[in-house]
Design a protein around this ligand. Structure first.
Ligand SMILES: Nc1ncnc2c1ncn2[C@@H]1O[C@H](COP(=O)(O)OP(=O)(O)OP(=O)(O)O)[C@@H](O)[C@H]1O
Ligand SMILES: [Mg+2]
Length: 509
């Protein structure tokens, strides 16, 4: 086993002229440097005494000889632990002069290089990072930081072998193989991270690897409101659409550019799906985390060796036979897109994300024109399109739902839209536009509840969201409160009113 650092990953910190330190911690600094318009994320090398440094290199050789870890036999998350356990036996024998508390530290360093992700490990361990990407030979590894956006790092790979060693490890961990015959990987890793690899000759800048980090805690609808992605009134409106007052759950598309937060918004709004419903999710790489117990979770499969491919198409067909109340398709793409719309037609409560441009009109144009060419009639099975964007405002990335548009139907061969909400970049607010909602009108017609009462319900749900915002609630308690509201709206509202912080109640008087 070679280690990635020795194989050529280098820190280029010495070459950088730091202008300003934005943040500092024992493991990394985030700095602005001369000659770069984006911040640099500087991974700090651990401080070692000369004795420790000497012990480190001799230990590595001994450990390579003495510890054999067969990747297939030990689960990924156990490997580093097993390595450290076995390594402690060796270290006791070969070094006497290292204090015992430092022995474990040295072993962890070596384990990380040998069975972990070496120079990428500190970045993968940092919860503030959305992704980590090797962009090719001789270029710094780049990361996307939640607060600072795209940053370069001080980690470089100088030769192809050093990148390939990490790529081999990542693809093995994802249960996939990468070679000339299969030069691309798009897969989910056992820890939920999303892996994407492209090697030469397809990539012209050397092997590239991107790891999109999986967030173990999902964002709730309250988080989205706090982040400014949704307003309370747009969230309440989407609540009514998702639930449909039990008579007309809407078919919804969540559209926008890469990484704008489509899947997160879809996941957060799924808390509005009543618990009595059967939810089936279909994803290429499972990301969605739903709080529901009655949840059937399906993932597609690429053809791997003797195993046949399982497509979104097949899974949609099978799922419909299971009579789902909700069919949630992680992402509609490529050839699978028309099937998704077939599922929408004749069913309610289907939700799906789709990659698209910035407006609902553009989304429709992309769907209806070649090469996707979904027939207009199938598109009219969609009730609403939620457009989302990631924007760079005053050097800070923000994510906003920029538009909610209802699909009215087809007129003269063209799909007609009714925009109900729009984001105003001047005030940074998403507000209702004057046009009344047709979906709410349909709910009224189907349920027999007068329109004015539906609008009252909308206001009441907005009030529920506002009351919840005043409390510390994780995604599960948000879900619980919403489900409680379904069983007893007045009771749930009363509980929330009672729990309102005293300062807020006083303000209202
Ligand atoms: N509203 C939000 N505010 C801040 N960060 C968010 C928001 N929504 C999502 N994120 C973060 O942005 C990243 C991308 O989110 P997500 O996967 O939902 O985007 P996506 O549009 O589905 O991406 P893709 O195009 O790859 O499918 C994640 O790290 C997520 O935690
Ligand atoms: Mg997504």
């Amino acid at each position: 086993m070679k280690n990635p650092a020795e194989r050529g990953a280098q820190a280029g910190a010495a070459e950088l002229e730091v202008k300003e330190v934005l943040e500092s911690s024992p493991t990394r600094d985030i700095v602005l440097v001369e000659g770069s318009s984006i911040p640099v994320y500087m991974v700090k090398s651990p401080q070692l005494t000369p004795a420790e440094r000497a012990a480190l290199s001799s230990l590595k050789e001994k450990l390579v000889d003495e510890i054999k870890i067969e990747p297939g036999k030990i689960p990924l998350e156990e490997r580093e632990k097993v390595f450290v356990r076995e390594g402690l036996k060796v270290i006791e024998r070969v070094t006497k002069e290292i204090p015992s508390d430092r022995k474990k530290f040295l072993l962890e360093l070596i384990a990380n290089e040998m069975v972990g992700y070496g120079p990428l490990a500190p970045m993968l361990a940092d919860d503030n990072l959305e992704d980590v990407m090797i962009i090719g030979l001789g270029a710094p590894v780049h990361i996307f930081h939640q607060k600072y956006g795209m940053c370069a790092t001080n980690v470089y790979f100088r030769d192809e072998h050093s990148i390939m060693a990490i790529i081999d490890k990542a693809s093995r961990d994802a249960g996939r193989r990468i070679d000339l015959r299969q030069p691309l990987i798009d897969s989910r890793m056992p820890d939920g991270n999303r892996l994407n690899i492209i090697i030469p000759p397809i990539s012209l800048t050397g092997p590239i690897l991107s790891i999109r980090k999986f967030k173990s805690t999902a964002l709730s609808v309250l988080d989205l409101i706090k982040l400014g992605t949704l307003s309370t009134d747009s969230a309440a409106f989407l609540w009514l659409l998702v639930e449909g007052m039990g008579v007309r759950p809407a078919n919804m598309l969540f559209a926008g550019g890469t990484g704008c937060g489509k899947t997160t918004t879809l996941g957060a709004l799924s808390s509005f799906v009543p618990e009595r419903e059967r939810v089936i999710t279909i994803e290429d790489a499972a990301e969605l985390k739903l709080p529901h117990r009655h949840w059937i979770r399906l993932e597609t499969r690429l053809p791997v060796e003797a195993l046949e491919e399982v497509t979104v198409d097949q899974l949609v067909r099978n799922s419909l036979r299971m009579r789902p109340d909700r069919l949630i398709i992680g992402e509609a793409r490529g050839l699978g897109i028309p099937t998704v719309f077939t599922a929408f037609s004749g069913h309610t409560g289907c939700m799906c994300t789709i990659h698209s441009n910035t407006t609902a009109e553009e989304t429709l144009a992309r769907l209806t024109r070649p090469p996707i060419s979904v027939p207009e009639l199938l598109i009219s099975a969609v009730d609403a399109i939620v457009m989302q964007r990631r924007l760079l405002i005053k050097n800070k990335y923000i994510r906003r739902v920029t538009e909610i548009a209802e699909v009215v139907g087809v007129e003269g061969g063209k799909v007609k839209l009714n925009r109900t909400h729009k984001w105003n970049p001047g005030t940074d607010e998403i507000r209702q536009v004057d046009t009344p909602s047709l979906v709410l009108q349909q709910i009224s017609e189907l349920s027999g509840i007068p329109q004015k009462d539906i609008l009252k319900e909308l206001k009441r749900r907005e009030e529920v969201l506002k009351l919840m915002l005043g409390r510390e609630m994780d995604v599960f308690s948000v879900n619980r409160a919403i489900q409680d509201y379904y069983s007893d709206p007045d009771g749930a509202l009363e509980v929330l009113e009672r729990q309102r912080p005293p300062s807020e109640s006083a303000k209202d008087i």
